[in-house]
Design a binder for this molecule. Structure first.
Ligand SMILES: Nc1ncnc2c1ncn2[C@@H]1O[C@H](COP(=O)(O)OP(=O)(O)OP(=O)(O)O)[C@@H](O)[C@H]1O
Ligand SMILES: [Mg+2]
Length: 287
């Protein structure tokens, strides 16, 4: 059985893509096998690993969603990716993207989607990590409905936090009710924030989110959120990660090399991976 973790925040630029790559690295360091799925037609996550020109010839995440042949690109023994590509935007423009939930259910065959059935995935990987686009673009919805667990990256900028509230109040209740899986929110991950915030400030934000969930979500759905919504581990703003998604020849630089340049960053990322696994274990015991 694979565990599917979807990284999402409807606000753009909150660190979804960077966190997807970092979490994949952290889990592989913890000996897990990880498959990344890039659902964003902007293809930034794909370009961490594959030269953009080469992406044009790879049948990736949209092909998989459409029930067509697709390719898993192997990065190393423990990491693979189903990439995205820019021309998927054209297919969206032409109305060719399914509005249903192709990563949750195969409507045609009336069974769980290929994400849960395909031997190349289920036989080889422990975790699937899905990076989603900003906004409520169809692939964002596919990612939400495919998830066992959702992680919401945010910084402390007001619009990012509004994105978190919008997701909690207006989108997740539907996903909880209509998904084929018990979708749960593993937590909100503070990323790309400076170190100037005091622990008390962070606690205040956590408490405000707890209150928001209590006030805005039906009581029967409270158990879908991890008791402490904010992850303890914060991935701070580090120079090594600044503009990584735009860096020239980034596909030639393994994440491990970036991590080796900054021990503090490496430790944060490893701690974050451990916290993800701990939170998942706790959720399983609660069931
Ligand atoms: N911890 C960090 N330290 C420094 N820079 C970061 C960090 N995390 C992300 N960034 C930078 O912030 C910007 C936005 O990050 P990223 O592209 O991961 O966000 P996103 O949510 O995927 O954006 P989009 O909504 O456009 O898909 C990028 O330039 C990235 O390099
Ligand atoms: Mg992104």
């Amino acid at each position: 059985m694979v565990t599917v973790i979807t990284i999402t925040n409807q606000k753009g630029g909150t660190g979804k893509t960077t966190l997807s790559a970092l979490l994949a690295f952290a889990l592989t360091e913890l000996n897990k096998k990880v498959l990344l799925i890039d659902l964003d037609p902007q293809a930034h996550l794909s370009s961490f690993f594959i030269k953009p020109n080469d992406l044009e010839n790879i049948e990736g995440s949209l092909h998989m969603a459409l029930g067509q042949r697709f390719k898993i690109v192997k990065i190393n023994d423990r990491l693979g990716i189903i990439p995205s590509r820019l021309d998927y935007m054209v297919r969206a423009y032409r109305g060719e993207l399914p509005m249903t939930r192709p990563y949750a259910i195969d409507e045609r065959l009336r069974r769980p989607s290929r994400l849960r059935m395909e031997p190349a995935i289920t036989g080889r990987y422990d975790y699937v990590i899905i990076d989603t686009p900003p906004e409520l673009y169809p692939p964002t919805i596919w990612g939400l409905y495919a998830a066992d667990y959702i992680i919401i990256p945010s910084n402390l900028e007001e619009l990012s936090l509004m994105g978190v509230r919008l997701l909690i109040k207006d989108i997740l209740p539907d996903v909880f009710l209509y998904s084929k899986h018990e979708v749960k929110v593993l937590g909100i991950a503070l990323t790309n924030i400076t170190k100037r915030y005091r622990p008390e400030t962070i606690e205040k934000i956590n408490n405000a989110i707890v209150k928001f969930i209590r006030d805005k979500i039906p009581r029967t759905l409270h158990n879908r959120f991890y008791v402490r919504p904010l992850f303890k581990t914060i991935i701070h703003r580090h120079n090594e990660l600044r503009d990584v998604v735009y860096r020239p020849r980034r596909w030639e630089i393994p994440i491990s090399r970036i991590m080796r340049r900054n021990e503090e960053l490496f430790n944060e990322v490893r701690e974050f991976g451990k916290e993800v696994l701990d939170r998942e274990t706790l959720f399983q015991h609660l069931q």
